[in-house]
Design a protein around this ligand. Sequence first.
Ligand code: SAM
Length: 473
Amino acid sequence: MYDPKSLKAEEFISDAEIRETLDYAEKNKDNLALIDEIIEKAKLRKGLTHREASVLLACENEEKIAEMFDLAEQIKKDFYGNRIVMFAPLYLSNYCVNGCVYCPYHLKNKHIARKKLTQEEVKREVIALQDMGHKRLAIEAGEDPKNNPIEYILECINTIYSIKHKNGAIRRVNVNIAATTVENYRKLHDAGIGTYILFQETYNKESYEQLHPTGPKHDYAYHTEAMDRAMEGGIDDVGLGVLFGLELYKYEFAGLLMHAEHLEAVHGVGPHTISVPRLKRADDIDPDTFDNGISDDIFAKICALIRISVPYTGMIISTRESKAVREKVIRLGVSQISGASRTSVGGYCEPEPEDECSEQFDVSDKRTLDEVVRWLMEFGYIPSFCTACYREGRTGDRFMSLCKSGQIQNCCHPNALMTLKEYLMDYASPETRKIGEALIEKELNNIPKEKVRQIAADYLVQIEKEGRRDFRF
Ligand code: SAM
């Protein structure tokens, strides 16, 4: 029985409900009156249900798809302005006891180099990341209770926050580790993490069990119910995602939105972010052996529909995607991107020798952070290194009410400009700095409240002339 309020995975992600939804969507994919009605509802910017959004996903009418894309672009502008938040992943350990068939960290992979960073190595990696200009990390680790117990993760978080090198600082650590207990989530919360991210991989239980044949991750219910435990442990901001390419995308899309509806129904707040990773080539993994890969056009449609279905949820895209794809989907609603990522353990300090691969997947966008920042600015985006909300306690529903109050432009916009200014002063190449300074000057005028604009202008001068850092609204 489908029940969004249930705490049982198979009830809030009901297979029968997804199948009925897909059936309904298929039957109505040419029902233009209904499609228009759903698009009109989306224009209210209050989101769509999984059923409504699934009808739009099934629709193949070019004109209507163009309308959906335009709306996604408009909603993105209204909610997120032209800011793009920057982050980098930090791989701590690739020891893993799971058997995920799409991931090269799987236990049976005996030739991949297994690595786990010592605290000294964490420090070196973090300094390398700080020296690029990063302020926000997502830490990643395989699941291995012996090699990567929660104590190890907590120690790494502590180390990361403690490193102050030149003007560098990591101000927000998001965590992407395997599903765990309420008690461990509480420990992560107490260690001051930002978002807890866990990809569902697939919402289809049967496929899930086949794709995760061995190890603790095999347990579909434990994995799917993880976000409820995280919230019980005090973590307000959780990040969802599916690994596109494993299962039928229409199934995953409905499941993803049902998961968001479930979090909203039970905890009063939906997911903070949704990630849209696509399966990539990696060590002993060949994505062509999986049947459900999606084209760039479908991928863009999914991004646009996530944007209009859950307008308050940030959307993340990683360097799994190429520059060209990133360019296309940023416009449609992506609010956070990674830059200059390494998916190998220890990869920021030293590139790995060919015979010593510890990478999780091939990165498509291999540009430096400076190049990514410049590229964003050339498109009129403001790369933002802001971490203010979580540090000011604006998490969970408090963050959502900031979004809903329309005050974002008086808060996030100046914060983005000030953190960009820090980046330009401390890390940018002369060319990037020149473009950035002009952008900041222009964008300062887009802060609606005069008082805030004046204060921000004053802070910008202090950043430049007095070497002050870390202002925030
Ligand atoms: N081990 C943790 C877990 O079980 O959730 C999470 C960390 S894992 C390093 C991060 C994510 O990378 C996984 O959730 C998966 O979706 C993704 N991933 C694994 N193999 C991949 C591949 N071949 N291509 C793209 N993404 C992959």
